[in-house]
Design a protein around this ligand. Structure first.
Ligand code: SF4
Ligand code: SF4
Length: 363
């Protein structure tokens, strides 16, 4: 009989989460590995039929698949992980994990005995531009220019982590949305996350003149292509930030850089912003091509005539055009959900996997 279970998983009642083992009795040879191995006592053993029985499915640790991995006949399966991934992207789950980590900091904190290599600098909020109701661009500049010169020399595509002053919350990562400037200033494109307490603070409370702690520059999503290699850049939503930083830098180094194609996808046409930047790239470099892909072009959406927009997904743009990308390098930035499909379609057009670089972020 199934036990009543009052547990929850990061503030979600456990009985609302579809996660438990399923035993294929025809495949089970009754070795008992799962029954003995599961520390959560999810199983009992039927000594007559020599089969494992799932008796307490809600005690199964969400996301654990240990018993399936150790079953010699692969008799154990689980529901698809998609539901768990989708729960993990919810702000309330993210907040619960963050709060739990902070409350257990004393026991869980890893303390590096070596000096920390990442640099944390103080930066001033220099400007806040409201692009649309769920997107702002924040410009930060180093508080002490002479000492903090790390942001004069970062690699386009890198990101930073920000801490909100006077909160205990963990830092949040944002890609830098500009190429390096001499004064070390950086721009971050910050999207408001549904019920996200961090982005709510940024939208409601951050003001010009605030001092923010910034760690970085971080990450290895950076350009590693030869100067004449054709490049396809693909951005999903605010994945445009690191891509913009990279393209801006390429054109700074060589304004005539050939064979650069940008595909940018968004849910609807309101998802595209800084179009004047794209327009200036097209004007200044006749080799540069850009296609915006969205499922919905909203009434009144104004686009410079040189920029192409299609009512389609990014994957369909890649599939339906007569592209041969075998000589290309690809740089792809956007939400994790889009990555498997994009990777597959890029590879069907001839790009080798080791020439595709990915910057995948949540939220
Ligand atoms: S590990 Fe697999 S074969 Fe062994 S008892 Fe469990 S389900 Fe059956
Ligand atoms: S997945 Fe882990 S917790 Fe769940 S039944 Fe198997 S061993 Fe136990």
């Amino acid at each position: 009989m199934t036990k009543i279970n009052f547990k929850s998983w990061h503030n979600i009642p456990r009985d609302k989460i579809n996660w438990y083992p399923i035993v294929d009795e025809d495949a089970c040879i009754g070795c008992g590995t799962c029954v003995i191995g599961c520390g959560s006592l999810v199983y009992k053993f039927d000594f007559n039929s020599k089969k494992a029985k799932v008796v307490d499915p809600l005690s199964c640790i969400v996301g654990c698949v240990t018993c399936a991995n150790t079953c010699p006949t692969k008799a154990i399966s689980f529901p698809p992980l998609d539901e768990i991934y989708s729960l993990l992207s919810e702000s309330k789950v993210h907040h619960a994990i963050e709060d739990e980590l902070l409350s257990k900091k004393e026991n869980l904190e890893w303390i590096d005995i070596l000096p920390h290599k990442d640099k944390i600098v103080s930066m001033i909020v220099d400007d806040i531009s409201h692009i649309r109701k769920d997107l702002i661009i924040v410009k930060l500049k180093p508080k002490m220019k002479v000492v903090d010169d790390s942001f004069c020399h970062f690699m386009p595509g890198q990101y930073v982590e920000l801490w909100i002053p006077e909160t205990k919350w963990l830092s949040r990562a944002y890609s830098i949305g500009n190429s390096p400037h001499e004064d070390g200033s950086i721009e971050l494109q910050i999207r408001r996350i549904d019920e996200g307490r961090y982005s709510e603070w940024v939208f409601e409370k951050m003001k010009v003149g605030d001092t923010i702690s910034v760690r970085g520059p971080l990450g290895n999503f950076t350009i590693c292509s030869e100067t004449d290699t054709p490049i396809i850049f693909i951005a999903g939503g605010t994945g445009f930030a690191p891509i913009k930083s990279m393209i801006e830098q390429l054109f700074k180094i060589n304004p005539d850089r050939k064979n650069i194609l940008l595909l940018w996808g968004a849910r609807d046409s309101n998802g595209f912003y800084e179009l004047e930047v794209i327009h200036s790239w097209i004007k200044e470099n006749t080799h540069f091509k850009c296609i915006l892909a969205t499922k919905k072009i909203l009434d009144g959406f104004i686009l410079p005539k040189e920029v192409e927009i299609v009512e389609s997904s990014l994957v369909d743009v890649i599939q339906n055009r007569n592209y041969n990308l075998s000589e290309y390098d690809a740089y792809v930035a956007g939400p994790p959900a889009m990555m498997p499909y994009l990777l597959k379609s890029l590879m069907t057009k001839g790009i080798k996997r080791d020439r595709i670089r990915i910057d995948s972020f949540g939220g």
